[in-house]
Design a protein around this ligand. Structure first.
Ligand SMILES: *Cc1c(COP(=O)(O)O)cnc(C)c1O
Length: 377
């Protein structure tokens, strides 16, 4: 059996090596390292893949969130509602921009932000909601967009974990995740569903005015070279990363299918086990399984993690500390929050290896070892 990793980037590369190598060679030959044709091609490719009118590549997914918030012209102290159960980047940029993060609960089934909790957290200072399509599952966008419309709030979708996923509205319309809010953001960090070989990110919007501002902010606030109208930053995706992404974008749907097939295998192996809840698949969401995350009941999670490690099976806790309990947000009243569902999930989740190259032999080995530990302990 091949060794098992959380994410097997080496084998994925081996399978597309000639296309990737020649795409990189092309950039080397052209010496167009910044803003070369590969970057323009990627923006166009992502626009047609997602149906988003504008795509602005940038340096990473955290920058994408920061630039999105800068473009909305929020004022210090304005409140931004985010789930507490997410990667820190979602909330970190809120604090960095001197805005106030407001942590809310997630749904215990979908792990995504709970619309009822958003509604309760709204104050006259609330300006934006940042739903996260966590682990590859679409957040309940119809309810979120409805709340935003009623309260005149911006919606920024953090789509770092769900590129290629979709959301289906009650009228049957289906849209790609990251294209429903005012702005969507994503990350091309190597382990993401569409990952490059370094850092990368992108911003999505259908709004022409916002697109223009986003582009300017990502490039020192300039409209014309050396004419800087607004305060921006330097956040570029380099041409070599774009070249890699242009190749991988052609495979994204096939990669998603491989992830979903691995998830099906796991689901079947853990089906109806009294101590294991397999990932919920909301009917409105085409889940792209950035992570395959189990919810354990009455299981010593550290014991399982150590047992699996002794069998050369990695497993991870995403995330061991929720936002409202992070030291960095203490000044925002972290200790005053009581987010029971978030705390409950934080203590019970465990993510198993999930990537595009898992075979049945590996999946069988992983799931039988998980079951062996849980059934004995
Ligand atoms: C990875 C990730 C980010 C940040 O992306 P980087 O490219 O690493 O900056 C933001 N939000 C979520 C939910 C993520 O998973």
């Amino acid at each position: 059996m091949r060794p098992i990793q959380m994410v097997d980037l080496k084998r994925q590369y081996t399978n597309i090596k000639s296309a990737v190598d020649s795409a990189i060679q092309e950039v080397l030959d052209s010496a167009a390292f910044i803003n070369g044709p590969a970057v323009t091609n990627l923006a166009q490719g992502l626009a047609s893949y997602t149906g988003s009118k504008h795509v602005i590549p940038c340096a990473n997914g955290t920058d994408a969130l920061q630039i999105a918030m800068m473009a909305l012209d929020l004022q210090p102290g304005d409140e931004v509602i985010t789930p507490s159960f997410t990667f820190v980047a979602t909330t970190e940029v809120v604090a960095l921009l001197k805005l106030k993060p407001v942590f809310v609960e997630v749904d215990p089934k979908t792990f995504c932000i709970d619309p009822a909790a958003i509604e309760k957290a709204i104050t006259p200072k609330t300006k934006a909601i940042v739903p996260v399509h966590l682990y590859g599952q679409a957040a309940p966008m119809e309810a979120i967009l409805d709340i935003a419309r009623r309260h005149n709030l911006y919606v920024i979708e953090d789509n770092a974990q769900a590129i290629g996923g979709t959301y289906t509205f009650s009228n049957g319309d289906t849209k790609k995740t990251g294209t429903m809010g005012h702005i969507g953001t994503t990350s091309f960090f190597p382990s993401k569903n569409l990952g490059c070989y370094g850092d990368g990110g992108a911003i999505f919007t259908d709004d022409d005015t916002l697109a223009n501002r986003l582009k300017m902010i990502a490039n020192h606030g300039q409209s014309k070279r050396y004419y800087h109208d607004i305060v921006g930053c330097n956040s570029r995706l380099d041409s070599m990363q774009a070249a890699v992404l242009n190749v991988k974008l052609q495979h994204l749907d096939q990669y998603t299918a491989a992830r979903r097939a691995a998830a099906d295998f796991y689901d079947n192996a853990f089906k109806a086990h009294p101590k294991i809840t397999t990932p919920y698949r909301a009917s409105y969401s085409h889940h792209v399984f950035h992570q395959y995350t189990l919810l354990l009941e009455g299981v010593d999670r550290n014991g399982l993690n150590e047992f699996l490690a002794s069998k050369s099976i990695p497993s991870m806790i995403y995330y061991p500390v929720p936002g409202h309990k992070q030291q960095m947000f203490a000044a925002f009243g972290g200790a005053d929050y009581h987010l029971e569902t978030t705390d409950w999930l934080t203590e019970r989740v465990i993510s198993l290896p999930m990537h595009t190259e898992l075979d049945d032999e590996q999946l069988n080995y992983i799931s039988s070892n998980v079951l062996e530990y849980i059934n004995k302990n």
